[in-house]
Design a protein around this ligand. Structure first.
Ligand SMILES: Cc1cc2nc3c(=O)[nH]c(=O)nc-3n(C[C@H](O)[C@H](O)[C@H](O)COP(=O)(O)OP(=O)(O)OC[C@H]3O[C@@H](n4cnc5c(N)ncnc54)[C@H](O)[C@@H]3O)c2cc1C
Length: 290
């Protein structure tokens, strides 16, 4: 039976949604009629509570728990994961295409000598390996990429591109993994820069009212704010609105902003450049006033 490993991202004791999206994507990678085991890889400090919560989603949970892993460190993570991959020989290792994942995955692929498919928005097992779709040129082009072989593949999956299904009730088996002394000492943690106080996480909003340059004046934001309040929505914006200083960067949707996955997206005074729409994931209902 194939094993698929999933790197679980978490922060402040809360598991990132990407873990459940990747777990659901992993369940579809088994051989027909053979089934699949899905294993979580958890790196962190004092993460036993998080590990227990993952049991419904994963068959196996490999826990690397050490003060050395208090903050994400791609070099240390790559070292630990490379050892686990050598030991368990997974068919594919799935990593979220987040800052942490982007830091870790290339170093891991080099260490493990494995082909890496990066920033995938689809992923499937094929007769001779795996195949995925990824975007190129900031979202202008969709390209199909693939890797052939019997296993040992790696892929980073874009958060929000894979639906999290119901937890399968897997009842995960815990595996406590050793963290070697003197693990990857090349990096030193300096500081955590917290988001600005009161900042809204628009990536979690179900309804977004987004504004662009077409609203013309900063004062018109008040109209947008009252509309958003009436709709129970959060506000979001395009890059020119941030460049003008009308809203903070945390409100910007797009390839160089936040990726969002609302159910409803109301765009006001927005032309729909691919850098903007590249940040809208899933298949929301989009209405534009233009
Ligand atoms: C490397 C790079 C990264 C980028 N990343 C991002 C990103 O992450 N997010 C992002 O948003 N952009 C990004 N951009 C910028 C992007 O290319 C576009 O310039 C930007 O998205 C356009 O924003 P807009 O739609 O608000 O403005 P415009 O393209 O100027 O569109 C304004 C729209 O408002 C309409 N309008 C005018 N008056 C009215 C009115 N009275 N009522 C209704 N509609 C009206 C106009 O017809 C027009 O369609 C990036 C660009 C680069 C080069």
């Amino acid at each position: 039976m194939r094993l698929i490993l999933v790197l679980v991202e978490h922060s402040g004791g809360v598991v990132d949604d990407s873990a459940f999206e990747l777990a659901s994507a992993a369940r579809k990678l088994g051989e027909p009629g053979e089934g699949v085991r899905v294993g979580a890889v958890l790196l962190g400090n004092d993460v036993s509570g998080i590990a227990e919560g993952l049991g419904r989603w994963f068959d196996d949970i490999y826990v690397f728990d050490s003060p050395r892993l208090q903050v994400p460190d791609g070099v240390a993570g790559a070292e630990l994961l490379a050892g686990l991959i050598e030991q368990e020989q997974p068919f594919v290792t799935l990593i979220p295409h987040t800052n942490t994942g982007m830091d870790l995955a290339p170093a891991l692929a080099i260490r493990a000598g494995a082909p890496l498919l990066a920033d995938c928005i689809t992923l499937e097992a094929t007769e001779d390996g795996i195949s995925a779709v990824r975007t190129r040129y900031g979202g202008k082009v969709h390209a199909r990429i693939s890797a052939a072989g019997t296993g040992g593949f790696m892929a980073t999956l874009r958060p929000g591109s894979f639906a999290a299904t119901e937890a399968p009730g897997a009842g995960g088996e815990l595996h406590t993994m050793a963290v070697p002394e003197g693990l990857a000492p090349q990096r030193r943690f300096v500081e955590t820069i917290a988001p600005e106080p009161g900042a809204v996480d628009i990536s979690q909003a179900e309804v977004l009212v987004a504004v662009g340059r077409g609203i013309d004046e900063e004062e018109h934001l008040e109209i947008i704010r009252s509309l958003a309040r009436a709709m129970g929505a959060e506000i979001a914006c395009t890059r020119p609105v941030v460049d003008k200083g009308w809203l903070a960067k945390s409100y910007q949707v797009g390839t160089s902003g936040v990726a969002v996955k609302p159910k409803v997206y109301l765009a006001i005074g927005i032309s729909g450049s691919y850098q903007h729409t590249g940040g809208i994931k899933g298949a929301p209902f989009i209405a534009a006033i233009n």
